[in-house]
Ligand binder design. Structure first.
Ligand SMILES: *Cc1c(COP(=O)(O)O)cnc(C)c1O
Length: 390
């Protein structure tokens, strides 16, 4: 079956839905077991999509887990209360005191804080590596390296990583390869085809798609599944049924939403490329983006999130741009139906390797589902204000 068809049918097995179209939303802590025989059956099968206790899930969870596994790949999926909680759960399930972690330097900023604050306090050492390192990651591996963490494209600056090359090295050294696949969503990047062991999604973004719920997921291959599953339950992770329901609803329309996000963002990215104030457009489908060739080789498409840099400018001019945009709202997120803009990233301070020396002031856009010409007109007048304030 093609992915478009799976998107409509995934997780809608009769055993979850009964006679209705979508899986019902179960609100549950306590599960009642009628007889001792039923109780024993539930104890025996509690890891196997049988209701045992609310935290271990109800058909609302089981149906969504099944849908995510079908769409992203891997052996099975678990749900978490946020994308960042999922990143935490993945790392804490596989790292112990005295271990070494290789973390991409362009990772989502809260992941860096997790490494520098929490993991460090627990005696886990992090080395940050260049997102374009590829097979060169081999030289950074130590005897105690247990996890390589990737995120492609890089947060804000959009570098594409050579995941297959890193996977080859990880396999040779028996190191767990994790990916924050949020940009890749369910359509643009197939993690298991490219040799990832564990794939994390901030479902908060395109899967929920409407900026009204927080949710994270992890799929894992069979080799790493039971360690992830057991440790996630030891740590108490679960997710709320209403939020899972919103994510399940989001799945059904993700393909048509992504198509529009992609098409509009490409049109805006190309328009920006020829704007006199713009220096580089960091969109994976455009040649200015570091790793563009790898994107062409490994990805099936793009979406609404990309960045661009300006030739010159200061905080004053940037303020004039952001304050005058009417359709692009300032907000620290992306993946919803609405357009967003953000700037004032402190890329030199927040990163260890200084790959940011050659670039000017940066703006990140999330291109929403508004009419694309309205969005271009908004950016056009915003950039006029920028120019005047220079
Ligand atoms: C938003 C985001 C996260 C965190 O997700 P939350 O649900 O906000 O905790 C993780 N990684 C990436 C790439 C993100 O954009």
């Amino acid at each position: 079956m093609k992915k478009d068809t799976k998107i409509v049918h995934a997780g809608r097995d009769k055993k979850w839905t009964g006679q209705v179209v979508s899986p019902p939303v179960y609100h549950a802590s306590t599960i009642i077991h009628d007889t001792v025989e039923d109780l024993k059956y539930a104890i025996k099968n509690k890891n196997n999509h049988v209701m045992f206790y609310g935290r271990r899930g109800t058909p609302t969870h089981f149906a969504f887990r099944e849908a995510m596994t079908e769409l992203e790949g891997g052996y099975d999926c678990l749900v978490y209360p946020s994308g960042l909680a999922a990143i935490n759960a993945a790392l804490l399930s596989f790292l112990s005191s005295g271990d070494h972690l290789l973390m991409v330097d362009t990772t989502y900023e809260p992941t860096r804080h997790l490494c520098n604050k929490v993991l460090k306090r627990m005696g886990i050492e992090t080395t940050y590596y260049d997102p374009l390192i590829g097979a060169g990651i081999k030289n950074l591996i130590k005897d105690n390296t247990k996890v390589i963490f990737t995120e492609s494209p890089g947060s804000v600056t959009m570098e594409i990583q050579d995941i297959p090359a890193i996977s080859k090295i990880a396999k040779e050294h028996d190191i767990v390869l994790m990916l924050d696949n949020t940009w890749g969503n369910l359509l643009s990047f197939d993690p298991y085809v490219h040799g990832v062991d564990i794939s994390i999604q901030a479902a908060t973004k395109y899967i929920v798609g409407h900026s009204d719920a927080m949710l994270g997921t992890i799929t894992a291959n069979e080799k790493h599944w039971s360690q992830l599953y057991d440790n996630s339950f030891y740590m108490g992770y679960t997710a709320a049924p209403d939020d899972i329901n919103l994510a399940m609803r989001g799945i059904r329309t993700i393909k048509i939403r992504m198509k529009q996000h992609e098409q509009s963002a490409l049109k805006i990215a190309k328009w920006l490329s020829s704007h006199e104030e713009v220096d580089k457009v960091l969109h994976p489908a455009l040649t200015d983006c570091p790793g563009h060739e790898i994107w062409k080789r490994d990805f099936n498409g793009s979406n609404g999130l990309f960045s661009f840099t300006l030739k010159q400018g200061d905080d004053n001019a940037m303020t004039a741009l952001l304050d005058n945009l009417k359709l692009f709202k300032m907000g620290y997120s992306w993946g919803g139906f609405e357009s967003l803009v953000m700037s004032f990233y402190n890329l030199k301070k927040e990163r260890e390797l200084n790959h940011w020396d050659n670039y000017g002031p940066l703006v990140r856009l999330h291109v929403g589902l508004e009419d694309v010409d309205d969005l271009i007109a908004d950016l056009d007048q915003g950039l006029e204000h920028y120019k005047k304030a220079l």
